[in-house]
Write a protein that binds this ligand. Structure first.
Ligand SMILES: Nc1ncnc2c1ncn2[C@@H]1O[C@H](COP(=O)(O)OP(=O)(O)OP(=O)(O)O)[C@@H](O)[C@H]1O
Length: 349
């Protein structure tokens, strides 16, 4: 278990490239603990339970001892490589400065300063949104949770885009990067592709083809065509990914179906065009046809579904400058989706 040898203040305004001041033993800085590799092995009972995996990492169940017993946590171990170590550092540096109810909380980390790194994160028992929507057919995510997730994701994005300094572009908004707590609240995770700084547009920080290959290659079905053309990351690229997630929430369809070789943005293209070409009004019958057939129609307000489709369409527009900001999206949802009143933020019916 971690032993607390020291306690120092960590300057959260320090440059993102700054490293923590000590690697010897466990060190707690602003509530975040720096662990040794022995600690990591103990926390995960020697990596005995894998709970998730991604392109660059494996995620293991961890247990932290507390006064009431042991609390669950998730340990994200990055693939050991000098090249991929940079991705770990980006994610660590960003999570060290982010605190938001809808962003996954960093509890601790291991860093050998060369090629190995691991992040200890709060454990989210409902897993990721992609699995919840597309892989678990028995438990259908109710409509009000879907709109709540859309709002909370918009608020998380608004936080990184507007409310922290320096500002952050996430760079990989997708449903598998939205984790869910026991009440299905959204927690945005995976900041390994993020870009930091600048106001609205962020050039790739390195231009060598090798490093660009590692960073921000995008996920099928979610990548902004503007980014694919220019290689320039921007806040509006996050809004594009957000638009795809909203389409998934409404339709229950995957962003990219490997089986059909089909992208959701293409399936939804006629609907999106209709929203963008008209003043925003969409035929109810088309919206109903697009809606997830597993959702109960009882008491479902079709105007809320229209609002969600409209929001998605605006985020997916080809002109980046016309896409709404996360703050505008959050405002629209609060204004026009009465179901959100259960969160204490909607306008109510
Ligand atoms: N804190 C957590 N609690 C529960 N499950 C988690 C947690 N963090 C990650 N996971 C699971 O592991 C998966 C992969 O996590 P994450 O996206 O952070 O890894 P990655 O290697 O960065 O993935 P990517 O391929 O998207 O870059 C998540 O989709 C989720 O299912």
């Amino acid at each position: 278990m971690a032993c607390f040898l020291n306690c120092v203040r960590f300057d959260v305004t320090a440059r993102l490239t700054d490293k923590p001041t000590s690697k010897e033993g466990s060190l707690t800085v602003s509530g975040v603990t720096c662990y040794s590799w022995d600690d990591v092995e103990a926390l995960t009972s020697n990596f005995s339970r894998l709970i998730g995996s991604g392109g660059y990492s494996s995620i293991y169940m961890a247990r932290l001892s507390s006064s009431s017993g042991s609390d669950k946590a998730a340990l994200k171990v990055h693939v050991s490589s000098h090249r991929l170590y940079q991705i770990f550092r980006v994610e660590l540096d960003i999570l060290l400065r982010l605190q938001h109810p809808n962003i996954v909380k960093l509890l601790g980390y291991f860093d050998d300063s060369e090629e190995n790194g691991a992040l200890l994160l709060e454990y989210l028992p409902q897993g990721n949104l992609q699995e919840k929507l597309h892989k678990n057919s028995k438990q259908v995510l109710p409509w009000r949770n879907r709109v709540a997730i859309a709002l909370q994701l918009a608020q998380a994005i608004e936080h990184i885009h507007e409310k922290c300094s320096p500002q952050i572009v996430h760079g990989d908004i997708k449903s598998s990067n939205v984790l869910l707590d026991k009440s299905f609240n959204c927690k945005l995770c995976d900041f390994g592709s993020a870009k930091v700084g600048f106001s609205s547009m962020v050039q790739p920080s390195t231009t060598s083809p090798r490093s660009r290959q590692v960073r921000m290659v995008g996920s099928p079905g979610y990548t902004d065509p503007h980014y694919l053309r220019t290689g320039i990351a921007s806040k509006k690229m996050d809004m594009y990914g957000f638009g795809v997630v909203v389409l998934e929430l409404v339709s229950g369809k995957e962003a990219f179906s490997g089986e059909k070789g089909e992208m959701l943005v293409h399936v939804a293209a006629p609907l999106i065009r209709e929203v963008l070409d008209s003043s925003g009004d969409i035929a109810e019958e088309k919206v109903r046809r697009f809606l997830d057939p597993r959702l109960s129609r009882d008491g479902l307000d079709i105007n809320e579904v229209k609002t969600m489709v409209r929001v998605a369409a605006l985020c997916l527009g080809s002109s980046q400058s016309l896409r709404p900001s996360a703050a505008q999206v959050a405002e629209t949802l609060v204004e026009k989706v009465p179901s959100l009143s259960f969160l204490g933020c909607g306008k109510g019916v």
